[in-house]
Write a protein that binds this ligand. Structure first.
Ligand code: SF4
Ligand code: SF4
Length: 61
């Protein structure tokens, strides 16, 4: 199975950290909300999961 990040929007505060740390632009900030734009590109590095200050991201694989 391909890895992909899931955002828990009950925890996410739209800080944008995941947008900055993802090496391949899987996330996108749009209208002050962060979305998983390209889940199929995720390489499973877990930088987003580790660095999200809200622990709002789980990378499934
Ligand atoms: S790093 Fe976490 S809290 Fe910040 S925008 Fe991404 S998912 Fe939301
Ligand atoms: S696991 Fe790595 S490649 Fe996948 S979305 Fe998170 S930071 Fe990006």
């Amino acid at each position: 199975m391909m890895p992909k990040p899931i955002i828990d929007y009950k925890k996410c505060n739209s800080c944008g950290t995941c947008v900055e740390v993802c090496p391949i632009q899987v996330f996108e900030k749009k209208n002050s909300k962060v979305a998983v734009k390209s889940p199929g590109k995720c390489i499973g590095c877990r930088a987003c999961e580790v660095q999200c200050p809200q622990e709002a991201i789980k990378v499934e694989d």
